[in-house]
Design a protein around this ligand. Sequence first.
Ligand code: HEC
Length: 99
Amino acid sequence: MKKLALALSLLLAFAATTALAAEDGKALYAKCAGCHGADGSKTAMSKSLKGQSSEAIVKAMQGYKAKTFGGSKKATMENLASRMNDAEFKALGDYISKL
Ligand code: HEC
């Protein structure tokens, strides 16, 4: 019975984290919408973010942070990504992949 209670509380904690991450992604994306569009489909600045997988977004953000990814306009993204962490990239990726 104790084990079941532990398993349940772990499950609840996990569910809470997942829900939080989705909300965080939405809040974080407010910083991105100006350039990438509210639904990620604006292509004046870059390739469309809409339609990309969470993994692709995380990889791109990590690449900008590490300065190993990007095109001719990467300075903006390098600057932004350098002030963010992996948990934020993941939350953003999860949010953007569902736009
Ligand atoms: C000031 C405008 C601006 C803002 C704000 C901005 N971006 Fe960008 N983003 C760009 C530009 C310009 C590029 C293309 C850079 C290059 O040449 O590599 C880009 C590229 C990207 C790419 C790579 C797309 C691809 O597949 O090539 C991703 C992912 C991305 N941005 C995510 C974000 C996220 C997430 C945020 C918010 C945290 C954000 N951007 C905020 C201008 C912006």
